[in-house]
Design a protein around this ligand. Structure first.
Ligand SMILES: N=c1c2ncn([C@@H]3O[C@H](COP(=O)(O)OP(=O)(O)OP(=O)(O)O)[C@@H](O)[C@H]3O)c2ncn1[C@@H]1O[C@H](COP(=O)(O)O)[C@@H](O)[C@H]1O
Length: 101
């Protein structure tokens, strides 16, 4: 599954019955709760990174990505906008690299 697919699934849960899925339930609690959950998952990932527990960090990183997408969906920010911003920065750093040659 790609991040695009996961984002599409999560976005579709905005209109779903909260009792039908965990994601629909979280989205129904509002953007502040989604942001809080993202923060909790990020802290859990930081702890595993500091401990250098690679297996636990992999699992927590998956939670972080999932909750980042839920937070974006909760505020109607498309994942493509985030990817476009990353591409813009990549182009910018390419231009800076060429200019320094
Ligand atoms: N990738 C995920 C995913 N990662 C984490 N989670 C859920 O996120 C929750 C967070 O874990 P916590 O330990 O914080 O949960 P908790 O302690 O029960 O919650 P709180 O009491 O703290 O609120 C867990 O219940 C996980 O099941 C996810 N739930 C769903 N997905 C994917 O999202 C898509 C939609 O899923 P539905 O939620 O079933 O619609 C599917 O493709 C799923 O695979």
């Amino acid at each position: 599954m790609t991040l695009d697919d996961l984002f599409a699934t999560i976005s579709a849960r905005k209109n779903a019955d909260p009792s039908s899925s965990w994601t629909a339930q979280l989205l129904a609690k509002g953007p502040e709760k989604c942001a809080e959950k993202f923060g909790e998952e990020a802290i859990e990932a930081i702890i595993e990174a500091v401990k250098d527990d690679k297996k636990a960090l992999t699992s927590e990183a998956a939670d972080v990505l999932y909750h980042l997408l839920v937070m974006l969906a909760s505020r109607d920010v498309p994942l493509t906008d985030v990817l476009d911003e990353l591409a813009r920065r990549q182009n910018q750093s390419g231009i800076a690299e060429k200019a320094s040659r």
